[in-house]
Design a binder for this molecule. Sequence first.
Ligand code: SAH
Ligand code: SF4
Length: 383
Amino acid sequence: MGAVNLLEFDLDGLAAYCDGLGEKRFRAQQLFRWLHQRGEADFSRMSDLARSLRDKLAGVAVVQAPALISEQASADGTIKWLFDVGQGNAVETVFIPEVDRGTLCVSSQAGCAVGCRFCATGHQGFSRNLRTAEIVGQLWFAERRLREKLQLPEGERAVSNVVMMGMGEPLQNYAALVPALRVMLDDHAYGLSRRRVTVSTSGVVPMIDRLRDDCPVALAVSLHAPNDALRSELVPLNRKYPLAELLQACTRYLDAAPRDFITLEYCMLHEVNDTPELARQLVRLVHGLEGDAPALRCKLNLIPFNPFPESGLVRSTPQRVAAFAELLREAGVVTTVRKTRGDDIAAACGQLAGEVQDRTQVHQRMRRVPVRIHAAASGGGVA
Ligand code: SAH
Ligand code: SF4
């Protein structure tokens, strides 16, 4: 049997694993802190762990993030990592620094089965679910790498927020997602608050209900259209879980967290979903005046479409985005327009396609350029 990757476990999982090795729970806690607070992968350096445990672990366990293929830094400080997850599959992770926070955009699947019209990952199709260790491994790796790159003092974190907005539909990989979220939230690991971890979903209704019960982090719902006809064209999953059902699930989600709101994401597609009439329909929808959908405590986040060649779609002009936003705001809907980041390295929303398809290609690339770091313009990097 191969070695066990300890990034696979939340604290309860690690405690159960340690129990199997004849170790007490507090040992698991110590080990968990070494892994996630200190980012240590070498058991021999975990100085306050009993030597007997260190020796035991060295024989049976490893601490391993997915293999890095490349690192690219954008002129605006955004960093994109491409990881090899085997059999020709690659996933991407993006770090977005801002003045008051550092957001890590994490992938949950290689490819995606939902197949949204405007999404590069969706066009690529579904390859496989990531394991918990591969989801957690993206954060584990990013923290270590950023700490070194930014020369952060001991104990300071680079990542303050995690958004599950990379490749894949997180709620279609639920079993691996929940332990990963627990690691992010655990005070013995990354200690992120519930509101600083966001799961973004295209609307897998039954799993929204389960997430509310299991791990109610912040929820973003990718809406993109205010009526079923248009939404079913853009997000095929809408045929299974239409808008009224989706918004009812969102309301149930908020019942568990009375002070929260749902972020509704809306990708702005020129002359497809950006007309004044659709803005007015969207207002009626979130106010509970359209069909069977309930009123929703929400914020609208308009995302200018990031084009890619096969989509055949066009980004709304800034004027149309502004007019759309204005109509929403006038009607009392809190609305923001997302700044596009990392455009020059194709790290923006929906541009993550895991460029590598062919296993031989991955290996050739890795042999030639183990870590490719190129700033897209002078001054690239996050310093
Ligand atoms: N599968 C999940 C999370 C990953 S996609 C979801 O769909 O919510 C993260 C966000 O990027 C979603 O809101 C998605 O709609 C948006 N997105 C996808 N492709 C895009 C594109 N080409 N331009 C702008 N936003 C896009
Ligand atoms: Fe999948 Fe989200 Fe892309 Fe739709 S937008 S195809 S759900 S990753």
